[in-house]
Design a protein around this ligand. Structure first.
Ligand code: CP
Length: 323
């Protein structure tokens, strides 16, 4: 696991034109594409909030192919299609013929015959990218590939940050927790590197520091960042505190035991934060953030961050399927 490659780059760039393109990595995005996506996201939020009937994706079908458990990503992609009048085919590994031994290749080629787009989550790095090479007729969206990337998560995380702080360039973003196996950190750090004035702190136990490839990605782009062990060294300066879960499913048992329960965010820590800051978590959380923080106005994880997941995914589906 330690030397596993996590990032694949040099995909087709979005360049402001989403139609028919695979969404595989944060690296595909530039500021123009993000501006366009977030502008459409505002329209999508209005549709969802006002329960306005929409037929923007009427007649379109997306397959959700999930080989790992998911609540938010699966639920929000499913809801997004339905909000826009489209339909879904919803498959998990146990409900597909892969459980009988069918290959990944045959599975992708079968589903692309039934739908207009496939959303895939898979435990192996690079598997979603492989699906994009297999699929000839429909775009593929990466809903998380192992310890690699989770670009749609990062897009709605960035949208949530920009809602509170329109000028991302001036921010100090602090990632806190197990960073080595946490794909939203990889994808969000890559998006944040589009803002040259940003400062990023990666705070983690020493055994689970930021992935070396992401480290190099930021270095190559001259982003100001630091790696730390003690959260108290930066908590008072954080505009955004982004907390992570220990990814039990990707960690060797011995390392999991060493890390689990060794860090958490409680009232005492949050009291050291700026009044104008936000606390984020991709969720699910398993004890890293005390529930006593949930009603703090700075906590956005079960509020705006989750809701924005659906709005941004609605916008992405609309732009990829219809332009
Ligand atoms: N944030 C996220 O990807 O959550 P799920 O695993 O529940 O989809």
């Amino acid at each position: 696991m330690k030397n596993q490659k996590v990032l694949t780059t040099n995909y087709t760039k979005i360049n402001g034109d989403f139609k028919g393109k695979d969404i595989l990595s944060s690296e595909q995005f530039d500021l123009l594409s993000i501006k366009k996506l977030f502008s459409v996201t505002g329209q999508m939020a209005a549709i969802a909030k006002n329960a306005r009937p929409s037929d923007l994706l009427k007649g379109k079908i997306s397959t959700l192919l999930f080989f790992e458990p998911s609540s938010r990503t699966f639920g929000s992609f499913s809801a997004s299609m339905k909000q826009l009048g489209g339909q879904t085919i919803e498959m998990t590994i146990s409900s597909s013929s892969m459980a009988k031994g069918e290959s990944f290749e045959d599975t992708i080629r079968t589903y692309e015959a039934y739908c207009d787009l496939i959303v895939i989550r898979h435990p192996e790095v690079g598997s979603v990218q492989k699906a994009a090479e297999i699929a000839k007729y429909v775009p593929i969206i990466n809903a998380g590939d192992g310890i690699g990337e989770h670009p749609t998560q990062a897009l709605y995380d960035l949208y949530t940050i920009k809602e509170k702080f329109p000028n991302v360039n001036k921010l100090h973003v602090v990632f806190f927790g197990e960073l080595a196996h946490y794909r939203p950190v990889n994808s969000l750090a890559m998006l944040l590197s589009l803002y040259p004035g940003i400062k990023i702190s990666f705070v983690s136990p020493p055994q689970v520091k930021l992935n070396q490839e992401v480290y190099s990605y930021l270095k190559e782009r001259n982003i100001q960042f630091q790696e730390l062990v003690n959260i108290d060294d930066v908590i008072g300066e954080a505009d955004v505190l982004y907390v992570t879960r220990v990814k039990k499913e990707f960690l060797p048992a011995k390392l999991y035991k060493q890390i689990q329960g060794k860090y958490s965010v409680d009232k005492k820590l949050v009291n050291k934060m700026k009044k104008e800051s936000i606390i984020m978590h991709a969720l699910p959380r398993v004890g890293e953030i005390s529930t006593e923080i949930d009603n703090d106005p700075r906590a956005v994880y079960l509020k705006a961050q989750v809701r924005n997941g659906m709005y941004v995914r609605m916008a992405l589906l609309k732009l990829v399927l219809k332009g």
